[in-house]
Design a protein around this ligand. Structure first.
Ligand SMILES: C[S@@+](CC[C@H](N)C(=O)[O-])C[C@H]1O[C@@H](n2cnc3c(N)ncnc32)[C@H](O)[C@@H]1O
Length: 211
């Protein structure tokens, strides 16, 4: 695959540190909140775009029975970890190598699309392409749930947040810009579900419904 992308931990050599760092950051509890707030339920077909090392989908498989799960990421090394993690947990998930703005899935093939802490890895044109693709693969009435860094990074959390989020892609994640991008892509009923502060910076969960 010749396209360039920003991997999970910024550099390939840091990938082994990604899951331990997320554990320190309270990853399991944060994912549990996201799964609950995204209304994940039995019977749904769910796609995680930019699935990284696969923790979100494995946690869904373990906690909500009867879902059909697919994960997509351009990083073959991260997908190896996804497959190992799913095998260890004894859960069945379809993993696919690819890019967010060129989804290989059929029109209207998912009830929920999820995206967790990956949007800030994308340039603006890829973000726009991803949103068009997510809308295409959702069934009418299907929901897109995106959680990512954004907000104003003010107060005591500001210094660390700025250190971690110096790349320009983050600018499109700030205050209201994500909702505007959802609107441009034709999503309905766009809503900020929740806002959070952490040592790594502020982050928000935004939801849009495919018409
Ligand atoms: C910070 S990680 C987040 C991983 C996972 N979703 C999580 O919450 O732990 C960002 C992920 O986005 C992926 N990514 C980067 N560019 C991408 C693109 N154009 N399309 C899809 N995924 C991409 C990276 O490979 C990486 O796995």
């Amino acid at each position: 695959m010749s396209r360039v992308f920003l991997p999970a931990a910024g550099l390939d050599v840091l990938l082994p540190l990604y899951d331990p760092l997320w554990r320190l950051f309270g990853g399991e509890r944060r994912r549990a909140d996201f799964i609950r707030d995204a209304g994940i339920a039995s019977g749904q077909r769910i796609l995680d775009v930019g699935c990284g090392t696969g923790s979100l989908l494995v946690q869904i498989a373990e906690t909500v029975k009867g879902t059909r799960l697919s994960g997509l990421d351009p990083d073959g090394k991260a997908l190896v970890r996804c497959r190992q993690k799913a095998a260890r947990a004894g859960v069945d998930i379809d993993w696919c190598e690819g890019f967010a703005d060129e989804l290989p899935h059929a029109d209207a093939s998912f009830d929920r699309v999820l995206s967790s802490f990956m949007f800030h890895h994308l340039d603006l044109d890829v973000k726009q392409g991803m949103l068009r693709e997510v809308r295409r693969v959702l069934t009418p009435g299907g929901e897109f749930h995106l959680i990512d860094f954004g907000g104003q990074h003010q107060g005591t959390h500001a210094a660390l947040a700025r250190l971690f989020h110096s790349h320009t892609q983050l600018a499109d994640n700030r205050a209201g810009r994500v909702a505007a991008l959802f609107e441009e892509a034709g999503f309905d009923d766009i809503r900020e579900v929740s806002q959070h502060r952490s040592v790594l910076g502020s982050y928000a969960h935004v939801r849009g419904v495919a018409g």
